[in-house]
Design a protein around this ligand. Structure first.
Ligand SMILES: Cc1ncc(C[n+]2csc(CCOP(=O)(O)OP(=O)(O)O)c2C)c(N)n1
Ligand code: SF4
Ligand SMILES: [Mg+2]
Length: 351
């Protein structure tokens, strides 16, 4: 954790977005991660996406677990709400916060150790519950913070910096999220911001459980020849299924792609995800196909990136539970304690 604040001076000519903020207003403290760490590129992509979406920083709640990745919320959105939880327990704290206050935009930031090792159970349950959030896994295949042990996403046969071979089967968080019912599933690469920023924007607009598994090389412990999560390996084996454009509801939609190359998915809030198909047979609205597509390509040693699945009609946890439409802290005493008559009615309904 760093306590170095950035200078508050802004150049007067910095561009402002529609809500009057410059890009600098979405930054956080100075990063203490290793220079070149993929996680810092992801922080920059989050800053860019939130600025472009005109999100007011105080409307965002960013939550994380423990790890180099989970430290990063300190380095972006310095004016947002933040909660650094226990290792692997971010999903349950995020779920609780979301149930109490549905009016904030929830951003969960985690690592592969945090989500696929100690936090695997929490990861699975938060996906199947449809919590309205954007869940980013900064996936480097190692426990970076504790000096580079293999995490559960490390590929079988991959080598550690010291030459040890990983003999365990990997957990693919994209496949797991698809299986568990997440309604927006994507994979990105920290070294490809052109793809990553629109993915984060679309995930933030999605009204359900959105997850992006982002390959994010650890230059200290996992960026060598035997690694399958290094910059070189991912660049050589990256198989993008689509190129994405994201339009918030208010933007004018222009058609600049040829017919047959395009899929448009209108999300619940009216925003439009426009996918330029690179692979003619790829349909991001077919969950079963997405599962087999990811596996088929993994068997060939290819890492599939892009928007793999989206359910534009996702129903989130509050809808499923039919909860009150406001944040609990805005309710008055009468609504929070409706009296013995109301309690009697509930009890009678259960008899
Ligand atoms: C309950 C608990 N167990 C173990 C640890 C030690 N620990 C801290 S971070 C970490 C792994 C982090 O790995 P990952 O989530 O992949 O983050 P990275 O540092 O690679 O970004 C571990 C095992 C801890 N802090 N708390
Ligand atoms: S140890 Fe690895 S994950 Fe941690 S800051 Fe350094 S490069 Fe990033
Ligand atoms: Mg890691």
């Amino acid at each position: 954790m760093t306590y170095l604040a950035k200078p508050k001076l802004h150049h007067p000519s910095l561009a402002k977005n529609r809500v009057g903020y410059t890009r600098r207003d979405y930054e956080g403290r100075i990063s203490t991660l290793c220079a070149g760490c993929g996680h810092d590129s992801i922080s920059a992509a989050i800053i860019q996406a939130c600025w472009e979406l005109d999100i007011e920083p105080h409307r965002v709640a960013k939550l994380s677990g423990i790890g180099c990745s989970s430290k990063t919320p300190d380095y972006f959105l310095g004016n947002s709400h933040g909660f650094n939880t226990v290792h692997g327990r971010m999903p349950s704290v995020l779920t609780g916060a979301y149930l109490a206050n549905r009016e904030l935009i929830y951003l969960g930031v985690s690592g592969d150790g945090d989500s696929a090792s100690i936090g695997l159970g929490q990861f699975a349950h938060v996906m199947r519950r449809g919590v309205n959030m954007t869940y980013l896994v900064e996936n480097n295949g190692v426990y970076g913070l504790t000096k580079g042990q293999f995490s559960a996403t490390a590929d079988k046969g991959s080598k550690s910096k010291k030459g040890q071979t990983n003999n365990d089967a990997p957990i693919d968080l994209v496949s797991l999220a698809l299986l568990m019912g997440a309604t927006f599933v994507a994979r990105g690469f920290s070294g490809d911001k052109t793809q990553l920023v629109p993915l984060i924007r679309a995930a933030l607009a999605h009204q359900g459980a959105a997850v992006i598994d982002i390959l994010s090389p650890c230059i200290a412990f996992n960026n060598h020849a035997g690694s399958t999560k290094s910059y070189d390996y991912v660049r050589e084996h990256n198989e993008a299924v689509n190129r994405l454009d994201f339009f918030p509801q208010r933007d004018e939609i222009t058609a600049d792609y040829g017919a047959g190359e395009l899929i448009e998915v209108r999300q619940h809030d009216g925003s439009l995800v426009r996918l330029r198909k690179l692979h003619a047979d790829y349909d991001p609205t077919d969950r079963i196909r997405a599962m087999s597509y990811v596996q088929e390509h993994a068997a060939r040693g290819e890492v599939v990136t892009g928007l793999l699945y989206v359910d534009a009609d996702a129903c989130d946890l509050h809808e499923q539970l039919d909860t009150v439409g406001q944040a609990l802290n805005t309710l008055g005493a009468a609504e929070l304690c409706p009296g013995s008559g109301a309690l009697e009615k509930i009890n009678a309904a259960l008899r």
